[in-house]
Design a protein around this ligand. Structure first.
Ligand SMILES: [Mg+2]
Length: 266
């Protein structure tokens, strides 16, 4: 973490809070800090940041992942209904393969798991040679950059599979991206989000996680972060709210229109 970035984070937080007070918006809740008085007392140290999931949140890849896993599993003699796979998307690949093994009633060897992950990646690339941003995602990230709102991406996906997605979103080297290979444990463990907050130089308690799956929201709770759910990955509003989402929006476009509800914009 460069010293200059820490200083910038401090200044950005100070500027946002100053503007927020001029317009008197409602204070959003802060994880672990229920006291309004306490929040105001610490005002100059508050920096709010957004941490985005990738698949189903910013890029339209959930269903291609479902079909790719379904085909890879069928080729390996493990036919599984698509909806069961859908509810596991967003976990790490290794965790996913083990969960599927429980579904089919027999354990998978490490070699089988590795082969399934390789085949899934091959099929996914065939199915989605060009990634498609979800509605409003490119614009949302652009607006955050223009406004100087700290944000990063934390995904259970791995490079190079995620590189095309980052490219179509216009995510450059200036954006913190934490991928599966950067941490020991993927979602629903909190490691990805905690690593992203650390790289951005902000406290986990000042981060909002934005995700489409219950795994994102569970990992956010374990990281002591507030979370926002998006319906763009196929989960229902009730599921996301029950998993702990502070707000649920239709997609990135609606979140873009609602950033003031999170207190990250002046
Ligand atoms: Mg997702």
């Amino acid at each position: 973490m460069a010293a200059g970035k820490v200083e910038l984070s401090f200044l950005v937080g100070f500027w946002f809070q100053g503007n927020a007070f001029r317009h008197h918006p409602p204070d959003p809740p802060t994880a672990g800090e229920p006291s309004r008085l306490k929040s105001r007392a610490c005002i100059v140290r508050v920096v709010r940041a957004l941490i985005f999931d990738l698949d189903g949140t910013l890029v339209d890849t959930v269903y291609p992942h479902v079909f790719s896993w379904q085909q890879a599993l069928a080729e390996a003699g493990m036919p599984i209904d698509g909806w069961r796979i859908h509810r596991r998307i967003g976990m790490s690949g290794g965790l996913f393969a083990r969960a599927v093994a429980r579904e089919v009633g027999r354990p998978l060897s490490t070699e089988e798991t590795d082969a399934l992950q390789r085949r899934h990646a091959e099929l996914f690339d065939l199915l989605m040679p060009v990634r498609r941003p979800l509605q409003g995602a490119v614009e949302l990230l652009g607006h955050l950059r223009e406004a100087g709102v700290l944000h990063g991406i934390a995904t259970s996906g791995s490079r190079p599979l995620i590189d095309s997605s980052l490219e179509v979103l216009g995510v450059g080297a200036e954006t913190v991206v934490i991928e599966r290979g950067d941490v020991a444990r993927a979602k629903p463990e909190p490691d990805l989000f905690l690593a992203c907050a650390e790289r951005m130089g902000v406290s986990p308690k000042e981060c909002y996680v934005v995700g489409d799956a219950v795994w994102d929201l569970l990992a956010a709770r374990r990281a002591e972060m507030l979370s926002v759910g998006l319906l763009s990955g196929g989960y229902g509003e009730d599921e996301l709210a029950r998993a702990g989402a502070y707000r649920v929006y239709r997609d990135a476009a609606e979140l873009d229109e609602s950033l003031d509800e999170l207190g990250v914009l002046p």
